[in-house]
Design a protein around this ligand. Structure first.
Ligand SMILES: *Cc1c(COP(=O)(O)O)cnc(C)c1O
Length: 387
């Protein structure tokens, strides 16, 4: 089989040609440093300002609240480490509340803050759909809580959290709230006033922009300790000459997403539902992971009993289909992922996770082809696991 079908849009997406077109001039003729005084610098600064205005508008924020970073991971690092250090300096609070299903960009940052900086991570349990409830957050906040961080939508199992309600709880208790919105941004409005978040991370390669560029929204008045020091770029929070072409690409990708996200979701959701329906109907010992309704419109994820997810992903790749098991960063690890454990899947189920995520270029034909081969490959993976 020579066909190659991409079903891993939660890992990354291709750059939209319109986004690439917007970026290209800033590599060559308009290459100036936005901090330079001369007209090369002014041209680059103009592009940077325009990009910042576009992002601010899409988020219903002010330009001064938009910090460009090198990726979603960096945005999470800056938000969490920066806020934790700044709050503790002011109040002595040293606890960070965090759900058990966060991306490693969040969990490893918390682990480091515990090990080297004397913070205490408090892990919030999720329900069996992977959801964090506002009640659980309210119950866990105490006078020592410096920050709460809960992701908007889960990358592994697609569950969407009630972010506005969680933000309201944090606000009422006077605690800062950060959300990792990397997966959600492609499909849901990112209005920071409606959401009520203090800090929000975005990355454009999840919505048809380039990799290697991110945004951190920082609500006015929120203090952060910068984790990269140097020049005064990005309000002094993220030193280093800005990556102008990528920032322009980020802004264009977000602008297009804001215009097109409903159309994109309407295209993808029936395909996702076909995958979920067919898998649960035709494959024995299969479970949907994540929430059945409150989930990303492009996201189908399963656990197959007695299957090694990595084996299944390799078999699928051999047949021409690109999917993933758990998050892309974890392949090769024989333990069920932290997310599988957090939603209560024991070993025999938890190892057999499969994530199928659709995107703008997905077609009904691709989905049909996938559903034709999947049942046999699951059986084959089960057979290999028994040997
Ligand atoms: C992709 C992703 C990240 C990491 O973003 P990068 O830009 O790849 O660093 C963080 N959190 C979630 C939920 C993601 O999906």
């Amino acid at each position: 089989m020579t066909e190659k079908i991409y079903l891993d849009y939660a890992a990354t997406t291709p750059v939209d040609p319109r986004v690439l077109d917007a970026m290209l001039p800033y590599f060559t003729q308009d290459f100036g440093n936005p901090s330079s005084v001369h007209r090369y610098g002014q041209k680059a600064e103009g592009a940077l300002d325009e990009a910042r205005a576009t992002v601010a508008q899409a988020l219903n924020a002010a330009m001064g609240e938009i910090i460009f970073t090198s990726c979603g991971t960096e945005s999470n690092n800056l938000a969490i480490r920066g806020a934790a250090l700044a709050v503790r300096e002011r109040t002595d609070a040293n606890r960070i509340l965090c759900s058990r299903v966060e991306h490693t960009a969040v969990t490893r940052t918390l682990e480091q803050l515990e090990k080297y900086y004397g913070f205490e991570a408090v892990w919030l349990d999720v329900d069996e759909t992977g959801m964090v409830t506002p009640e659980a957050v309210a119950a866990a906040i105490d006078e020592k809580t410096a920050l709460v961080t809960v992701m908007y939508a889960n990358n592994e199992i697609g569950t969407i959290n009630p972010i506005a309600e969680i933000a309201a709880v944090c606000k009422e208790k006077g605690v800062l709230f950060h959300t990792d919105a990397l997966q959600a941004a492609g499909y849901f409005p990112m209005d920071v006033e409606a959401l009520g978040v203090d800090l929000m991370s975005l990355g454009s390669h999840k919505f048809y922009g380039p990799k290697g560029v991110g945004v951190l929204y920082v609500r006015k008045g929120t203090e952060l300790v910068p984790h990269q020091t140097g020049g005064g770029q990005e309000n002094g929070l993220r030193a280093g000459t800005q990556n102008v072409p990528y920032i322009v690409g980020f802004a264009e990708a977000l602008r297009l997403t804001t215009e097109e996200r409903e159309v994109r979701a309407a295209h993808i959701k029936p395909l996702r539902d076909r995958i979920i329906g067919t898998v649960l109907e035709e494959i024995p010992d299969a479970k949907l992971t994540g929430h059945p309704a409150s989930r990303l419109p492009n996201h189908a994820s399963f656990a197959f009993k007695g299957v090694d997810g990595n084996t299944l992903v390799q078999l699928l790749d051999g047949a021409g289909f690109a999917c993933s098991s758990g998050s892309a960063c974890k392949t090769g690890n024989p333990e069920p992922s932290g997310v599988m454990k957090a939603i209560g899947l024991v070993h025999i189920w938890g190892l057999g996770s499969l994530r199928v995520t659709l995107g703008a270029h997905s077609t009904p034909e691709e989905v049909d082809a996938f559903l034709t081969v999947l049942p046999d490959l699951v059986e084959k993976a089960r057979g290999l696991n028994r040997r």
